[in-house]
Write a protein that binds this ligand. Structure first.
Ligand code: AOF
Ligand code: ZN
Length: 366
C-alpha cells in the first residue's frame, strides 16, 4: 500500500476519537513493519490518555523496529499530560515517519519532525494535509487564534423557511437529518441558541446519539433582555448551561437562572443585544474549540455579520412553505446591496434521507 493509503487509514482511525478528545486534536496512527505488514494501529481517546502513536507502537511491539509509522498529525515532543511521542518512536526503533500535517500547537510546530530527523529517522509530511487540517479544523483554529471554530447549523424548507407562518416548525427535515444534527452536537464543545428560538422551541440542546461517550456540550443561551424563564428544558440538569446576557435583563431573571444551576455571564449590551463576538472570544478562552450555533435567524445573522461564523451546515427539506410572515434562515437587517452578501465556498452537498445537506465555508476576506 502507498503512503497515501496508510495515511488515509490513520485519518480514519483518528475519527474514532471524534467527540472525545477536546481540547486535544483527534489523531490516528498505523505501524507498518519492515516486511510491509500492518503491525499496530491506534487513536487518541482524550486528554490524559495515551497518544495515538504510543497506542499503535505498543500493539506493534518488536515489529516496530525498522518500521514506518504513519500519523495523521506530527508526533509531539513535549511532556504534557503524557510523555512525548518522539521519545517512544525513537525507543521503538522506527525507521521512517510519515505524517499528514504539522502540529500547529506552538509547543510542537515542527519540532517533532526536526527531532526525529536529528536522530536519523526519515520523515515525510504533508500527505493528505488538507484532509487532516479539515479533520481537526476546530483544534487548528483554536490553537492558532484562541478563538473557537463556529459552525452555524439550520434546517429549512427548500424555499429557506425555518417555520410556517403560525410558528410551527416540527419537523421540517426528516429523521436522518435530525440524527445528523445530534452528531454535530456530539462533536461540539458548546451549543448556542438565541432567546427567540429558546422561547418558541424549548430546545433541550442535549446529545441524543446512541452510544455517545463524550462529555455533554455546554449549552449557551444568548438572551440580552432576559426574556427566557428558567423553566424550560435548557435548564434541566442533563448538561451544564451558561446564559449570556446584558445588564438590560431584570436582576430577578438573573437570580432565577442562577438558582436553576446555570452560570450567568453579563456582557455590555450592544444596542439591546449580547455582543456575539465577545461571547465567542469568551468561549475560546475557556478552551471550547468547536461551537455549534443553532439559531435562530436573528442571532445567526448577527453572528454572520460580525464575522464569527467559519462554516455553515444547512439541511434543506423537499418542502415549500412560503408566506411573507414565515421566518427564513437568516433574519436581522440582511446585507444590501447584493454585492455585500456574505460569500461561501461549498464544501459538499449530500442527500441525507429525503433531505439535502449543504456544507460551506464562510469566506474570510469579506
Ligand atoms: C500526538 N499524538 O495522539 C495527540 C497529540 O496534554 P497532552 O499530552 O495530551 O498533549 C496535548 C497536545 O499534544 C495537543 O495540544 C496537541 O498539540 C498534541 N496532540 N499529539 O503526537 C496524539 N493527541
Ligand atoms: Zn504525542
Amino acid at each position: 500500500m502507498s503512503d497515501e493509503a496508510y495515511i488515509g487509514r490513520a485519518l480514519a482511525l483518528a475519527e474514532r476519537g471524534r467527540g472525545l478528545v477536546s481540547p486535544n486534536p483527534i489523531v490516528g496512527a498505523a505501524v507498518v513493519s519492515a516486511s510491509g505488514a500492518l503491525a499496530g494501529e491506534g487513536w487518541h481517546e482524550g486528554p490524559g490518555t495515551a497518544h495515538a502513536e504510543v497506542v499503535a507502537l505498543r500493539e506493534a511491539g518488536e515489529a516496530a523496529r525498522g518500521s514506518t509509522l504513519y500519523t495523521s498529525l506530527e508526533p509531539c515532543v513535549h511532556t504534557g499530560r503524557t510523555p512525548p511521542c518522539v521519545e517512544a518512536i525513537l525507543a521503538a526503533g522506527v525507521a521512517r515517519v510519515v505524517s499528514a500535517m504539522r502540529d500547529p500547537n506552538p509547543i510542537v510546530d515542527g519540532r517533532g519532525f526536526a527531532e526525529l530527523e536529528r536522530n536519523g529517522v526519515e520523515v515525510r509530511h504533508g500527505v493528505l494535509a488538507d484532509e487532516a487540517a479539515r479533520q481537526n479544523e476546530a483544534f487548528v483554529k483554536h490553537v492558532r487564534t484562541g478563538l473557537p471554530f463556529v459552525t452555524w447549523k439550520m434546517a429549512a424548507s427548500l424555499d429557506g423557511k425555518v417555520a410556517a407562518r403560525d410558528g410551527s416548525s416540527r419537523w421540517i427535515t426528516g429523521e436522518s437529518a435530525r440524527a445528523d444534527v445530534h452528531r454535530l452536537r456530539a462533536w461540539s464543545d458548546a451549543i448556542v441558541v438565541g432567546a427567540g428560538t429558546a422561547l418558541i422551541d424549548d430546545p433541550s440542546l442535549t446529545v441524543r446519539e446512541p452510544g455517545y461517550r463524550g462529555r455533554p456540550p455546554l449549552r449557551v443561551l444568548v438572551d440580552g433582555r432576559g426574556r427566557v424563564p428558567a423553566t424550560g428544558d435548557l435548564f434541566d440538569d442533563v448538561a451544564p448551561t451558561l446564559v449570556a446576557t446584558t445588564d438590560l435583563a431584570p436582576p430577578e431573571r438573573r437570580d432565577e437562572w442562577e438558582d436553576s444551576g446555570a452560570e450567568v455571564v453579563v456582557l455590555a449590551a450592544e444596542g439591546d443585544r449580547v455582543p456575539i463576538g465577545e461571547l465567542v472570544s469568551l468561549l475560546g478562552k475557556r478552551d471550547l474549540q468547536g461551537v455549534l450555533l443553532e439559531g435562530g435567524p436573528t442571532l445567526a445573522f448577527a453572528a454572520i455579520e460580525e464575522g464569527v461564523v467559519d462554516k455553515v451546515v444547512l439541511y434543506f427539506a423537499p418542502k415549500l412553505i412560503g408566506g411573507v410572515d414565515a421566518p427564513t434562515v437568516l433574519g436581522g437587517r440582511g446585507f444590501a446591496p447584493i454585492s455585500s452578501a456574505a460569500r461561501l465556498r461549498v464544501r459538499s452537498f449530500d442527500p441525507i434521507g429525503e433531505d439535502l445537506k449543504v456544507e460551506a465555508d464562510v469566506h474570510r476576506d469579506r
